[in-house]
Design a protein around this ligand. Sequence first.
Ligand code: PAF
Length: 280
Amino acid sequence: MQTIRSITKMQKAAKQLAARGKTIALVPTMGNLHEGHLSLVKRAKKSADVVIVSIFVNPKQFGPKEDYKKYPRDEKNDMARIKKAGGDIVFIPKAIDIYPDNFQTYVTVEKLSKTLEGKSRPQHFRGVTTVVAKLFNITRPDIAVFGAKDFQQAIVLKQMTRDLGYPLKFVIAPTVREKDGLAMSSRNRYFTAEQRHQACCLYYALRTAQEMVKSGIKDVRALKGEMRAVIKATSPKAKIDYIAFTEFDSLKPVSRADKSTICSLAVRLYNVRLIDNMRL
Ligand code: PAF
């Protein structure tokens, strides 16, 4: 496995691979990799000759009060895990190279970035789309793989890929969960054992909604009420930021849920903001 830290070297390597007829898959990450990320690497490996995993904790997608500085970083461990999962190149650019002095060009997906997460994190998606556009430009992938756990992010990036005409296959891979249902996330490690147990409230609430829809209860107000009750019972301290029932690609809210509806939610627990979602 090769490690590349320079943008110019990465561009050169991508060009050479393309010239040799090799297909490239890109898995963008912010490091601190868990099984969820590794499942993306394995998915990428199935569809391309060469898998590039980028590690870049992107300052532009963190709000001023968010955890950019304390975001967990563990490069050595990440490298070992990527290698084991089948990654071929790890691309670790420097912030000053991605955002040189006087950087002033951003990519914004207008409507989809403003709802759900966008309401609580106004500049977040602008940071995500800008860095991913830069990573696409540098690595020229044939395939890009993102996790369904960050569902809105995947929808926003899919729209960007379409709107800007990137010639690549956009893959959204399923969320990987712990045995008790908690969606894997780098932020789970902020919790103590007891707090971590309470973090399952998101999964329990989503499963409740899924079961209710299956049994014929489709009214979104009723579903939200029950989900709130489940969250409160599992974690009395949890603060619900939003619970939303939307169409999948447009993120338009629905008042009656069905199998094609996606339910997503954000909950703040002991100062950690967790998100999760489920197709009903
Ligand atoms: O999902 C993430 O880890 C990040 O938002 C991404 C896509 C790597 C962009 O920085």
